[in-house]
Design a protein around this ligand. Structure first.
Ligand code: HEM
Length: 426
């Protein structure tokens, strides 16, 4: 199909949206369509994805981020020079080396969940995998931000984040839920954030020496020399890191348990290979491959929207200024020419010698280019740290096994993930 013959079926929900996009993608790596009255281009080919996300970020920009109400001017929604300086400040904390300084927080949060699962298996009571993964991901980022473990009161207050996230439209320009509950949730988030900022500032005034590093401390340091870092911006960065840093990781871990539950043969192969692995490096490679294959099949950020700021020609097709450009990792990761037998759950694709495409945009669960995920090394470190404790020790069996995916602000399995645990003996 050409970009001039746009498809325009009705779109009522985000699950209808993926069906529309799936059908459109059959026409090739670049397809024109209409969503409501908006002209859109769906991009699934790796070459075209690289063009949009990495080579032409000045043309294909973020605009009117759908979560701006929640995230304000934090890193995800910031643009231009403010974005550059905000990214520069945080980047060093999230490189492979930089994330090492958060290792002890991640380990402590993982121990907490392992303890919960040990208690559950001993008492033969079920666990709620969804709740535990969410708590873990929130606890790791909260500890890295503040230096303290997540307490129950704050956890309950931060449920407000989920209320707001659930109200967000799937793409920029869609309508947000205007309900009073969302307004109240936003007020609650502001109260919690400003309380934490005030307490961190008071703590810093008391403890001038021997401060252990925290992300919030880094932002407060910045505010001392740079007037750009107002309390409002510190609130926005804090909320951005909390939101970006927990739901995505939690859903990835949830999908990993769903996939292992659906594919007992792969689970068994994994446990056998893990038990036979000669050292930690090989064991971590096996865990890493499981996480990567999960991210291939269920990339939590399944749609990456951009806005064409000017007229352009993309892969030989004119794209008019104002067009919404939708990059869809979920569909790219299922192109059979790139990923043979794409629906098959096969973590060995990501092991040394595994068959996978070499194009840098063929696998992009964290995006690519300058706006790629800040927290990707953090996410991989935390998932592997937790799985090192859980997978060799417990086998969760989901009751009932979830079947459906919900394509909302993030891609998540539908319903709760209650599981009974049995012990694994390696
Ligand atoms: C498995 C977990 C994660 C996935 C799949 C994921 C995915 C993504 C993707 C696809 C983007 C790019 C969006 C775009 O180009 O519009 C992104 C951006 C971002 N992510 Fe992640 N993310 C994950 C975990 C994290 C974590 C743990 C953090 C923080 C600790 C984080 C912080 C961010 C931030 C701040 C951005 C915006 C970067 C910018 O615009 O400069 N993410 N993420």
């Amino acid at each position: 199909m050409t970009l001039d013959e746009a498809k325009s079926p009705p779109v009522q929900s985000s699950n209808n949206m993926i069906e529309l996009l799936r059908e459109a993608a059959e026409d090739g790596p670049l397809t024109a369509l209409r969503i409501g009255d908006r002209p859109c281009v769906l991009v699934t080919g790796p070459e075209q994805t690289q063009q949009v996300l990495a080579r032409r970020p000045d043309v294909y920009v973020k605009r009117g981020h759908r979560a701006r109400r929640l995230l304000g001017d934090g890193l995800i929604s910031a643009t231009g020079e403010p974005w550059k300086s905000q990214r520069r400040l945080l980047q060093a904390q999230f490189t492979v080396a930089g994330t090492k300084r958060w290792g002890q927080h991640i380990a402590a949060a993982a121990e907490r969940i392992a303890h919960r699962w040990e208690t559950a298996v001993t008492a033969a009571t079920p666990v709620d995998v969804g709740q535990d993964m969410r708590f873990f991901a929130l606890d790791t980022i909260w500890r890295s931000l503040t230096g303290a473990a997540l307490d129950e009161v704050t956890q309950r207050e931060l449920d407000a984040v989920d209320t707001v996230v659930a109200s967000l439209p799937t793409t920029a320009g869609g309508a947000s839920d205007p309900s009073l509950a969302v307004d109240a949730a936003l007020r609650q988030i502001d109260i919690t954030a400003h309380r934490v900022i005030a307490s961190a500032r008071a703590h810093r005034a008391r403890e001038t020496s021997d401060r252990s590093p925290t992300l919030l401390g880094l932002l407060l340091d910045a505010s001392e020399g740079d007037p750009h870092y107002t309390d409002r911006l510190i609130r926005d960065e804090l909320v951005t890191l909390l939101v970006a840093g927990h739901e995505t990781t939690a859903q990835t871990l949830c999908w990993l348990f769903v996939l292992l539950d659906r594919h007992p043969d792969v689970h068994e192969q994994f446990l056998t290979a893990y038990a036979a692995a000669p050292d930690t490096a090989r064991r971590d490679a096996l865990l890493g491959a499981l996480v990567q294959e999960t991210l291939r099949l269920y990339p939590a950020v399944w749609l990456i929207p951009r806005h064409a700021a000017e007229d352009d020609v993309l892969d030989g097709h004119p794209v008019a200024a104002g067009t919404s450009v939708l990059v869809c990792p979920y569909l790219t990761h299922r192109i059979p020419a790139l990923w043979p037998d794409p629906e098959r759950f096969d973590p060995s694709r990501f092991l040394p010698g595994g068959e996978r495409p070499t194009h840098p945009a063929a696998f992009q669960p964290f995006g690519i280019g300058a706006r790629a995920c800040l927290g990707q090394h953090f996410a991989l470190r935390e998932t592997v740290t937790l799985l090192r404790l859980l997978l060799p020790a417990y086998r969760p069996s989901l009751t009932p096994a979830p079947r459906t995916a919900v394509f909302g602000a993030n891609l998540r399995p539908q319903g709760s993930l209650r599981a009974t645990l049995t012990r694994v003996s390696l």
